[in-house]
Design a protein around this ligand. Structure first.
Ligand code: PM9
Length: 468
């Protein structure tokens, strides 16, 4: 239950608070409207191109931006920087095995390093990779390895207002239809993400993961999991799915992974570190292939691009991330912000997801077409108003179809307010909400953007825009 709901109860106010206190602070800079106008223009109206010194509250991403604990910082001092066989690797390996349940672990510098390995090892050119909605880097690595991504998420996920409790679920009928069409051999593996970032941080139910496993077993198809925000997913299962209220988040994570053959991880999210990733596998042959390839792209198989100290902080972060109190407060803070916006009827993706509030830019700016880049525009307007940095998750992020070269036109045109873990306070959330409200209040006079520079890969990172 969120603080706002708690406050609304008749029998008195009983708020929750974060299960930590602040030991060290990092000053942030306040900027003037003129400063922001200049900075945004220099950044080509792309929030990725702003200097962080020009940002007041940074909700660009929850990736690598979380605050580490005193225990993690103490772990940094225990770094064993041996090139080979660092003891910190064995701590990391044990933490992944204990909490996620997989047999083999390959460390990587971050999530996309692991995505590259699994894509190269498990995809044959021309094979399909069905998944529950695309993610930018995931799909790109699948395509670079010769795969063809096929969206098999339930339709509700593409509707910002559908209140389905598990909008991340795989539509098994869509998947069966694809298997019938291309055969099991035509499918590399299922790319299952939990939660689903581009749908608004929406969870996958345990029932769906179990049913997916059964279907894939019948056809001999493997299931690989994007575990980047699985702990958040587990919290939603505990809260919403019958039979899970009395299980811990850690138990739920382990059961969920048990329905999959392996997972890749951007440890910069759930796992509470500023850098790091891993690939975990159950099949020895796949593991051996990935362990061999990691030395080509990342580093030796006992560091994979991370320093020993980073692996120690990660091993501790994995353990901390599984705490029920931690994850309840983390998702509670996201909800606090979302409920403030809902009170003012500001259009957001519902239900509120795990890591971010996603503003529905189509409904925010109904007078703009998708090629006016409404979500990019909204991110720019928010920055101009208050120095709050957000991220486009719409047509720019979707990129171009590699076969036709045309824009992809996703149904969801969203601006993401992403909350780093253990970083900002409730007062920061109030400031953010009030800024969104101010931008909403002058929405009718807002004009769109046009793209003036477009890089080949993952254009949202580096594209430049000008006011239309
Ligand atoms: N996600 C995010 O802000 C980082 C920048 S945008 C590409 O949401 C999932 C579900 C992610 C993710 C990164 C990655 C890649 C994989 N899966 O950024 O390479 O959300 O560690 O992970 C970002 P890395």
């Amino acid at each position: 239950m969120s603080n706002l709901q708690t406050m609304g109860q008749q029998h008195g106010r009983r708020s929750w608070a974060e299960p930590w206190k602040i030991k060290m602070v990092e000053p942030i800079k306040m900027t003037s409207a003129d400063d922001r106008k200049r900075a945004l223009s220099e950044a080509g109206y792309n929030t990725f191109l702003l200097r962080s010194d020009d940002v007041y509250i940074d909700l660009l991403t929850d990736s690598g931006t979380s605050a580490m604990s005193d225990r993690q910082w103490a772990g940094i001092m225990l770094g064993d920087e041996a090139y080979a066989g660092s003891r910190n690797f064995y701590h990391l390996e044990a933490a992944v095995q204990t909490h996620y349940g997989y047999r083999f672990v390959v460390p990587t510098h971050q999530g996309r390093g692991a995505e590259n390995l699994i894509s190269q090892v498990a995809i044959k050119r021309g094979q399909y990779v069905p998944g529950n909605m695309y993610f930018t880097t995931t799909r790109l690595h699948q395509e670079l390895a010769g795969g063809i991504f096929a969206d098999v998420i339930i339709d509700a996920a593409h509707d910002s207002q559908d209140l389905h409790p598990f909008k991340g679920d795989v539509d098994l009928d869509k998947l069966r239809a694809l298997i019938d069409k291309v055969g099991a051999d035509g499918i590399a593996y299922i790319s299952l993400a939990a939660t689903v970032n581009m749908a608004g941080g929406q969870p996958v139910s345990m029932a769906n993961a179990r049913a997916l496993r059964e279907l894939c077993n019948r056809h001999g198809i493997r299931v690989y999991l994007d575990a980047t925000r699985l702990v958040e997913n587990a919290y939603f299962i505990q809260e919403r799915e019958p039979g899970y209220a009395d299980k811990t988040v850690s138990e739920i994570v382990k059961e969920f992974c048990g329905y999959t053959d392996g997972a890749w991880m951007s440890a910069k999210k759930d796992n509470l570190v500023n850098i790091g990733g891993w690939l975990a596998l159950n099949h020895e042959d796949v593991f051996e292939a990935a362990r061999n390839l990691v030395v080509v792209y990342e580093g030796l198989h006992t560091y994979g691009g991370m320093a020993g100290r980073d692996m120690e902080a990660l091993a501790i972060g994995i353990e901390e991330s599984m705490s029920d109190d931690h994850i309840r407060a983390r998702i509670g803070q996201v909800r606090y912000l979302g409920e403030l916006l809902e009170q003012w009827s500001i259009p957001i993706v519902r239900p509120i997801g795990g890591h971010a509030i996603f503003l529905d830019a189509r409904r925010f700016y109904p007078h703009l077409t998708q090629t006016d880049f409404p979500a990019q525009t909204l991110a720019a307007e928010l920055y101009l108003d208050s120095g709050v940095r957000s991220m486009e998750r719409g047509i720019v992020s979707a990129g171009r179809d590699p076969a036709t070269g045309d824009h992809r036109f996703p149904k969801l045109e969203l601006t993401r307010l992403t909350i780093p873990r253990r970083v900002y306070t409730q007062a920061h959330m109030d400031v953010v909400a009030e800024s969104v409200k101010a931008v909403y209040d002058h929405r009718d006079s807002t004009r769109g953007l046009r793209m003036v520079y477009e890089p080949q890969y993952l254009r949202f990172f580096q594209a430049r825009f000008e006011p239309a």
